[in-house]
Write a protein that binds this ligand. Sequence first.
Ligand code: ADP
Ligand code: ZN
Length: 220
Amino acid sequence: MAMNIILMGPPGAGKGTQAKKIIQEFAIPHISTGDMFREAIKKGTPLGVLAKSYIDKGDLVPDDVTIGLVKERLSQDDCQKGYLLDGFPRTLKQAEALEGLTKEIGREIALCLNIDVNKEELIRRISGRRVCKNCGAPYHIETAKPKVAGVCDICGGPLYQRADDNVEALETRLTHYEHDTKPLLDFYQKRNLLILLDGEGGSEKLFAEISRLLNEVRDD
Ligand code: ADP
Ligand code: ZN
C-alpha cells in the first residue's frame, strides 16, 4: 500500500520534528497546512491575509479554505507514491472531506498516527519554542538551545517565536484541539487506522517506533 499517512496530535506534541525525519527517511512529500499558511502569510497573498487573522488568535482557519488547499495539494503528481499530512485534518468536517477526496483520487489513508503529550508539557514546550525563520528547525530556550543564541545550528538562519506561541493563543489552540480535533481519534479508530503514540519519551525513540510502523505499511 502507498504510504498515505496522517500525523495528528496537539500543538507541541512534536509533529513537525517527526515529520521532518519521516520525509527524509521515506521520501514522501510533507503536507503541513500550518506551513502552507505561514508561507502564504510571508508572501502576503490573500490566503495569507485571511489565515493570519485566525492563526494569530489561535483559532482554526475555516474548513472550506483549508479543505480547498489540501485538495489541490493532494491531487498533485508527487503525492502518488505517498504523502504525509501534518496538521490536517483537524475537524470532523475536514476528515470527512479528506475521506471523500482520497477515495475519489485513489489515494486512501493507510495510517493515522496520533502523538500524545500531557498538557503541562505542551505548555512548557510551546512557550519556550523558537523556530528557524529560514529552514523551520525547532529549538527550545531551555531544553534545546542552539549553539549560538538566536542562530540556527543547521543553516545559520535567525530564530524567532511564532506569533501564535503565546499563552493566550496557546490556550485557544489547546481548546480547539480538545473540542474539534480529539473526536477524530474515534473517527480513525472506527476505520481501524489509528495508532496511539507516546510523545513524552524522547524524539529519537518515537521516530524509531514510527519508522517501524511505516516500514510495515510500505512492505504490504
Ligand atoms: P500547531 O500544531 O503547533 O498548532 P500548525 O503549524 O499545525 O501548528 O498550525 C498553526 C495554525 O494554523 C493553527 O493553530 C490554525 O490556526 C492553522 N491551521 C493549521 N492547520 C489547520 C487546519 N487543518 N484547519 C484549520 N486551521 C489550521
Ligand atoms: Zn535553519
